[in-house]
Design a protein around this ligand. Structure first.
Ligand code: ADP
Ligand code: ZN
Ligand code: ZN
Length: 725
């Protein structure tokens, strides 16, 4: 340590570097992976020690000393995790300190934050037993506590019930030598028997089990209800039985009490749960349990990908296609890609599960890079639903619902079943469409679909950056009926109440379910099984099992079919499969009605007649021709500022500086959400047939971008493998 007097520190500031500091004068230890408090400008910051070196590029007089180490006894992060974080900041081109500090639970990003002391158990000594044989006398509380502990060692929480003075009592008993403490042992998991596996499940389990001791990426591609979770649990058993830990990542909406209950029941353990909805204390505790290797199983959302787990032997990502695995601001990483990277670094297997795998993962499966395990049968008797496509051009509509759909709904209600009406409005780039003939704007230069920027009255091509004005009348049929695709359904809830008087309408969308407990209350209402109408957005599509829903109506899918966002179709296909998985989960067969102005869309037809895989192959071919991911590699330079002119100026100068190479830069163009929080947002799109050259060119570019004066007037960031524009 003496030979390496300079510490490299990662600090939570948006600068692309580590910072050099001198060791504390008293020679206190600052192991790599531990935190230090350092002076930074006028502030004091908590940083992470990344290394020790002998020389700094700063002159010795400018080097500052750390204020003090914060975790002297042991580092918080091990070298494996630090290696992963370093890969992240280099790959995602994000400030190292922000990446590293984001791996800590919020409580440890503060100087006062400390790892909680490991939990202890209290147990009765021989002297304590002897005391119990005497009469209680006047020390009733002490006696009661001794009695409690006589039944077995207990955690402090188990003693709270003894009385308000329990802490004092416990201290007294320890003074007397009647009670001692020891580190709480974690109970080994106790597996409960599961169902007899079906052929497909058994095959997947056998194949993956053979491969559990080294890195391999497995894609578990199984339709809803095919028993993927059952497969995960068999694999978890094998890994847990070897005293290794398991990390399970789920989408935000997938972390349900039901899932945790299943793990608890089958695996006989208490999962450590990590997600952003927890209090800082709860999160810290779960993190510490994982880090100490005491938690056998960690279940968490996106950010849990960075949980330290010294004995991790298996990583599972459920619903791997879910967009919530991609962080959409700040450090923009994909938890799926990070998980795969982490598994590779640790030489352990990773299982990606989905009923509708992402095109990225399918591409890797088709290419033989991922082992591909398919489950094509449902584990329960539920049958798959029937699809009906309704051509909206030929139908009268009532607030967006066709007469045929209304009739089907009426029939379901008469049979005392439940109906789900699904609005597919959010999350897609707006498309202007003629409600009479289905015309939509496409680019004259490159054939891409145009995005409607309503406030500016413009149609933009997000492919080449060209634009045109919104026409007054439909260019094809001259009707005065141009509207955003899927609009006119805002009042759907009221319209349904009017049309089906006396039938309860339950709305599920972000506005309605914001209130605490509203979601749970409405779900309970649905579960009662009485006739009702469920109206909702994406939120309804995932995770919930509605046994009494036999009819799903998807009001309008055109916005997704004709979005300029090339991922929209993929997401639509995934959503339709998910929605279909909601209909007729139990014995009753379900029907799904799709309303569209374009029933002839080739991808839609493939999806409905030949299934998701054929649909995905068609999309992959489309992407290959366009050089888009996963065949090509993409990144965005995003920028925003109060003045649109500042953003535009910066991006115009930036594109001039983009280095020559295989990767090409396009734009600038407005973001699909053009204004947000009073700022104008635009971007450049970078596309390349080679990942290596894309990254090389961007790294080189970043050096010159930072010196552009116009870069200081905007907030800008690189988004690698972006999910939306
Ligand atoms: P998925 O995760 O693919 O949607 P699940 O694992 O949740 O599927 O299984 C769906 C339902 O089928 C669950 O109720 C589960 O308990 C049950 N199940 C799964 N595998 C079997 C099996 N081999 N035999 C009987 N029931 C099963
Ligand atoms: Zn028209
Ligand atoms: Zn174009």
């Amino acid at each position: 340590m003496i030979h390496h007097p300079i510490i490299k520190v990662a600090l939570p500031v948006p600068l692309p570097q580590l910072f050099d500091y001198l060791q504390a004068e008293d020679g206190s230890l600052t192991p790599v992976g531990s935190r230090v408090l350092v002076p930074f400008g006028r502030r004091k910051l908590v940083g992470m020690v990344m290394g020790h070196v002998t020389e700094s590029s700063l002159s010795p007089t400018r080097l500052l000393r750390i204020i003090r180490p914060l975790d002297q006894s042991e580092p918080l992060l091990d070298s494996d995790l630090l290696e992963l974080l370093e890969w992240c900041w280099k790959y995602y081109k994000h400030a190292p300190g922000e990446v590293v500090l984001s791996a800590l639970p919020p409580a440890l990003r503060k100087a006062e934050g400390k790892l909680p002391a490991p939990p202890v158990h209290y147990f009765l000594t021989q002297a304590g037993r002897e005391r119990l044989e005497q009469p209680a006398g006047r020390q009733k509380t002490q006696y009661r506590m001794l009695e409690t502990l006589a039944a077995g060692a207990r955690a402090a929480e188990a003693l709270v019930g003894i009385g308000s003075q329990w802490r004092k009592t416990l201290a007294r008993l320890m003074e007397q030598g009647w009670v001692e403490q020891s580190p709480a042992a974690t109970d080994p998991p106790v597996f409960a028997p599961g169902p007899q596996l079906m052929d497909g499940q058994q095959k997947a389990v056998d194949k993956i089990s053979r491969d559990l001791r080294h890195f391999h990426c497995h894609l578990l591609d199984g339709i809803t209800g095919s028993g993927k979770t059952e497969v995960y649990m068999r694999l978890m058993e094998e890994v847990l039985a070897r005293d290794r830990q398991v990390l399970v990542l789920v989408p935000e909406i997938g972390l349900t009490p039901q899932l945790l209950r299943r793990f608890r029941q089958r695996l006989g353990l208490e999962p450590a749960v990590i997600h952003s909805g927890l209090s800082q204390g709860q999160r810290l505790e779960a993190w510490a349990e994982a880090r100490a290797g005491r938690a056998h199983l960690v279940v968490g959302t996106r950010s849990a990908a960075f949980t330290p787990m010294p004995k991790v032997g298996l990583i599972i990502l459920d619903e791997e296609h879910d967009v919530s695995f991609k962080q959409q601001d700040g450090f923009r990483y994909s938890a799926r890609d990070v998980a795969v990277k982490r598994a590779a670094q640790l030489n352990i297997p990773v299982v990606l599960g989905s009923a509708t795998p992402s095109l990225e993962s399918l591409h890797n499966a088709f290419a033989g890079k991922y082992a591909w395990h398919r489950l094509r049968e449902r584990a329960t008797s539920a049958s798959l639903p029937r699809w009906r496509v309704l051509d909206l051009c030929q139908q009268n509509t009532f607030h967006g619902l066709s007469a045929t759909a209304l009739e089907a709904m009426r029939e379901a209600i008469e049979r005392e079943e439940q109906v789900m009406v699904f609005l597919n409005r959010r999350g897609y780039a707006p498309v202007l469409m003629c409600q009479q003939c289905g015309w939509y704007g496409s680019c004259d230069r490159c054939d891409a679909r145009l995005t409607w920027h309503r406030s500016a009255g413009l149609l933009w091509c997000h492919h080449c950056g060209s634009q045109k004005r919104v026409p007054e009348l439909c260019p094809d049929c001259a009707a005065d009926d141009l509207m955003g695709a899927g609009e006119g359904t805002q009042q759907l809830e009221e319209a349904l109440e009017q049309h089906f008087p006396g039938i309860p309408v339950l709305r599920f969308d972000r506005d309605r379910t914001r209130g605490k407990g509203v979601m749970a209350m409405q779900l309970a209402e649905v579960m009662k099984g009485e006739t009702c109408l469920l109206v909702g957005t994406q939120m309804l599509a995932k995770g919930h099992h509605f046994p009494k829903v036999t009819l799903v109506v998807i009001v309008n899918i055109d916005q997704a079919l004709y979005s300029s966002d090339y991922r929209a179709l993929e997401r639509m296909g995934q959503l339709l499969q998910q929605v279909a998985g909601r209909a007729g989960r139990m014995e009753m067969p379900g029907t799904v009605i799709l309303q569209t102005l374009h029933p002839e869309h080739p991808a839609l037809e493939l999806l409905l007649t030949r299934g998701y895989e054929a649909f995905a192959r068609w999309l992959l071919e489309e992407r290959r021709v366009a050089g888009l991911p996963p065949t090509g590699y993409q990144a965005l330079l995003r920028a925003e500022a109060h003045q649109r002119s500042d953003v535009e100026k910066f991006l115009r100068e930036a594109i001039e500086l983009f280095p020559q190479g295989e990767a090409l830069a396009h734009g600038p163009m407005p973001a699909i959400m053009e204004r947000m929080g009073g700022r104008s947002r635009m971007y450049l799109m970078l596309l390349s047939p080679s990942r290596t050259s894309l990254h090389r060119q961007i790294d080189q570019w970043l050096l010159s971008l930072r010196n552009l004066p116009s870069s200081r007037k905007t907030r800008w960031a690189i988004d690698i493998d972006p999910y939306d524009q």
